[in-house]
Design a protein around this ligand. Sequence first.
Ligand code: PAF
Length: 305
Amino acid sequence: MCLMSDQAVFRRKSMSMLEAETRQELHKYCRSWRRNGQRIALVPTMGNLHAGHLALVKAARGLADRVISSIYVNPTQFGKGEDIERYPRTLEADRLALAQAGCDLLFVPDIETIYPFGLENAVMIGAAPDLSSTLEGQFRPGHFDGVVTVVARLFNLVSPDVAVFGEKDYQQLLIIQRMVDDLAYRIRIHAVPTVREHSGLALSSRNSYLDKSQLETAQYLQAVLRDTATRAGEAGVELSVLEAQAAIQLREHQLAVEYVSIRRAQDLATPNDNDQDLRILAAVRCGKTRLIDNLKINRACNSGG
Ligand code: PAF
């Protein structure tokens, strides 16, 4: 029987995008695509989609025959005091945007689908300690355990050939890549560069919490990081001095600094003089809103001064 005739189970919500809520619905679609030899790309999201997410979907289109995007606001990655109820939910608009971006299937599971034995009894996965205990991990303890736990579940449910994540959450990207390598998932992780406003502000669902004057303030996060990244690229500079200066500049712009740090891009370790592939990462609070950003640094070789 043709899959699409089963209207009670599968619904075409908009244009040609399919939608699944349960494991069974999802598996039926995935099975039929695989039978036809089609490759599947997964774009996991928590919804409230913006152009950054849609860039992930567009990248996914070029990597596989079918694109599945999931929208699931994952409770296990929210810490105490992080209000999951306040997280913006915009399913109707997200549905339309995903369909227009060329998503084939939207997976919108409920909590029982992702955590069938309940949150209390869920098997949790631990993010790699070396990557997850630093930077974001110091300010959001347990956050990355929740991320890898839900991403592993999505990987197991979809079995994608490739999964697409944004560089905006650079630490998350490294942690997910490590999970794939360590647990031997046969899934390629594809990273997509951060999409920015004209002002340079990285697109984020949290930007919707900022008022007009905070939006102006927030753009200094990227401006300071860009300036620091340029200076860090020069040979012989003291990175700790640059970090301290960046923190001062951010505070001068009324951004409350949680961290601003230059790390080795591959593993977030403190760089030594010979490391050339670096990343500057920062988290600040603009009013009550927490913003993160990061930029690549190409450092000139330091050997020989
Ligand atoms: O980056 C996000 O939106 C989330 O952390 C993710 C990867 C969808 C897991 O919930």
